[in-house]
Design a binder for this molecule. Sequence first.
Ligand SMILES: NC(=O)c1ccc[n+]([C@@H]2O[C@H](COP(=O)([O-])OP(=O)(O)OC[C@H]3O[C@@H](n4cnc5c(N)ncnc54)[C@H](OP(=O)(O)O)[C@@H]3O)[C@@H](O)[C@H]2O)c1
Length: 233
Amino acid sequence: MRLSELSEANLARAYAYPDGLERPYVRVNFVTSVDGAATVRGLSRGLSSKPDRRVFGLLRRLCDVILVGAQTARAENYRGARKPNQATGAPPRIAVVTASAELDPAAPLFTDTAVPPLILAASGAPPANLRRLADAGAEVVELGEHPLTPAALLAELDARGLRRVLCEGGPRLFGELVAAGAVDELCLTITPALVGAGTARMVGSALDAPRGLRLAGVLEEDGVLLLRYLREG
Ligand SMILES: NC(=O)c1ccc[n+]([C@@H]2O[C@H](COP(=O)([O-])OP(=O)(O)OC[C@H]3O[C@@H](n4cnc5c(N)ncnc54)[C@H](OP(=O)(O)O)[C@@H]3O)[C@@H](O)[C@H]2O)c1
């Protein structure tokens, strides 16, 4: 089906999180080229398109929290989400996973946001860095592990009632979630382009075995494929 044939309401229905969640449901959103590149010159921007941006924006409006690795927040110069969640009326929080807490307190993540970002830090993160981020308005949580496990990250989100999780990568964080069997759904935009070798792939670590996925939705617009996969089983 063509994306443009779907109204906003029908698109929101197609991407609705399951009702009555009793644990965090992890949806991951990625854009790649046909040959699987996740970046062009170090950024995802070169792969994005109008159809991708439409679904990207909708997924943000449906979630409680946007979970992201610190390198993606730094590289893509993250700022706070603007549009409110359709159910809560507030924009979703950005939760950044980090071991170093090396984030710039002057970055738009801290200065251009309606809700405080949540910094999920591994144990051993330099206290001065953590203090700087707290002073910049972030809520900083040290989770007492290094590296952080997906179980600890999701338990923290669960404790805050943030169960509609949208992970926007990057490949390292996604790889860790996949390896731990913690990904419920993958929303994948395939951009009709070839990028070639030497760029990041979507899953940033070697898996011990392939993880099966079940195709749950296909939309198309201008040659861009917007796929929805669920964890097999
Ligand atoms: N195509 C797409 O849709 C898409 C989506 C997202 C990102 N990207 C691209 O991917 C690139 C970034 O991806 P990436 O794989 O390098 O990085 P990433 O997964 O975004 O972030 C990695 C960083 O997150 C923190 N981290 C991750 N797992 C951790 C753990 N278990 N415990 C503690 N900290 C942890 C560490 O932060 P510290 O370094 O602060 O310790 C680590 O260096 C960027 O170029 C971005 O543009 C593409």
